[in-house]
Design a protein around this ligand. Sequence first.
Ligand SMILES: Nc1ncnc2c1ncn2[C@@H]1O[C@H](COP(=O)(O)OP(=O)(O)OP(=O)(O)O)[C@@H](O)[C@H]1O
Ligand SMILES: [Mg+2]
Length: 245
Amino acid sequence: MNRKNTIALKAENLKLVKGGKEILCIDDFALSEGEVTALVGPNGAGKTSLLLTLALLERPAQGKLHFNGTVATHQNTLFLRRQMAVVFQEPLLMDTTVLANVMTGLQMRGLPARLARPRAEDWLNRLGIAHLKKRQALRLSGGEAQRVNLARAFALEPKILFLDEPFAALDYPTRKSLLQDLGKILSETKVTTLFVTHDYTEIPCLAQRVVVMLNGRLIKSGTVEEALGAAPFPQISIPWELPQA
Ligand SMILES: Nc1ncnc2c1ncn2[C@@H]1O[C@H](COP(=O)(O)OP(=O)(O)OP(=O)(O)O)[C@@H](O)[C@H]1O
Ligand SMILES: [Mg+2]
């Protein structure tokens, strides 16, 4: 099948400055519609900064961002932000029930409770935590809380999903089962996703493309094999130590 490669998000000549220091300097970056892109690089490379800038949560000193062809401006920031969802390592749940945590974002976007509730329940179900819906969110385990966080993000039906090390704080079995479920949901929903991770074993389960960052710049991008070296995983070479193609 000949699938058209549509660009969901494009960044041009992006510069982010913080504390007088240039944190990002990116000439060209794009996310293809329906694709999961993994973003890797050492601590301090600028991965979170790039993710926050693309999600319109950091304002760059310079550059242009296009979302499905619409250029981001001061005027349309809120409108565009509402087409995105961000999941961080820390779930940052509210001190209320699990169901209310997932429903609140929908209601804040104007969805009445009679529509927000079944959508939230559906996503709790898809993430295997329907039985937790009446529990207090702040009393959940780390794995359960991250499932609520993902249900909350997916329930918003974002056009672009940003995941910043969502499994980093979880133990191996918890991470593995969540990774399997997330992989299934991403392939079903085909939501355009940018996924930051330090764990290369996660990448082949989720991503089709890999982008490598170093010192605020993109140094490599390509398929999983092109960017990280050949299988077998997880014996992967460190991409920012490989000679540049
Ligand atoms: N408010 C700030 N003022 C000055 N420098 C900052 C500020 N916030 C971030 N930085 C710097 O920007 C650089 C990129 O940070 P960022 O958090 O984006 O990296 P990262 O790739 O996400 O790292 P990690 O893998 O540790 O999460 C770092 O050198 C960091 O010290
Ligand atoms: Mg980070």
